[in-house]
Design a protein around this ligand. Sequence first.
Ligand SMILES: [Zn+2]
Length: 345
Amino acid sequence: MLARRSALCLAAFAMAASLAGVTSLGASATTPPAKPGGTTTTAAIPVPAPKAEVPEGWTAPPVRNLLLKGDAPAKTYFGAMAGPADLRARAIGSYARGCLAGGTALPTDGESWQVMRLSRNRNWGHPELIAFLKDLAADAPGLGWRGLLVGDLAQPRGGPMTSGHTSHQIGLDADIWLTEMPNRRLSRQEREQISAISMLKGPLDVKGADRRVDPKKWTGTHARLIRRAAQDRRVARIFVNPTIKKALCQFERGSDRTWLRKVRSWWGHHYHFHVRLSCPAGARGCKNQDPPPPGDGCGAHLAYWLSDEPWVPKKPRDPNKPVVKKRPLALAALPSDCLNVLRAE
Ligand SMILES: [Zn+2]
């Protein structure tokens, strides 16, 4: 089931990777393209045999017999890694362009959390992320929330994912469902099949839409959980749908609204909220995002997000215009230390 083989040949950091600007969750829209030109060096990259137990249903992408080059998609390699790089824990690069050394798995079950979609093998993160999630889970029952259903963290060695997400690459991002943990252990199959619940009242992409959370689904407990996460000093940002941001702006009646600054409006994120930690102290080569603009973000910025402007296209799309697909992030576009992460046992 797994690609166990001795070596892959890789022309590392060679080809010009003319990448389209990667836009991701709050990441800079002006990400520099990879260095053009350069000579081709070939390095052998062994795909290590997995040490960790490989989850049922997880299959490595087909890397066998592939001659990969620097401009080959990085996700092919990182998606093939069943276990972590046995190195000192390090988040390398930036949230949407990097990888993870010394990843740790969040156990699939805790007293007040359960990991969902086990077949994805994405319950890996920097130890600081794992510690944060355990702390948040421990606090949840006291807030009136039985426990966390945890979605994607990162692949065992981080890096671009085989599907979904632009970020989640350095082991500091986590998706937490806006659905409370049930009062029993879910089976492996249930964790694949159960859907999270959307907080939306209706569609957002209709002119004049009522862009609010559904009061039948959204509760003060949701708000308390997100506030608790945002108040954690390790957290840099939390991404939620603008309808949720609005609900949070209305929820906070106290004088301390500083936590709201960390909660940022973004597309999607009405089934789960996305927590992003800052780079751990002293982390070499880990790139923080610029801090959010000052203020609680409940004013003009939110008003824009809730207007028709971002949601309703000015004119219908020309069906004859071809859809330009974004090129996947090339291996050569990642920090060079990510090669060592791939090579490590
Ligand atoms: Zn996410």
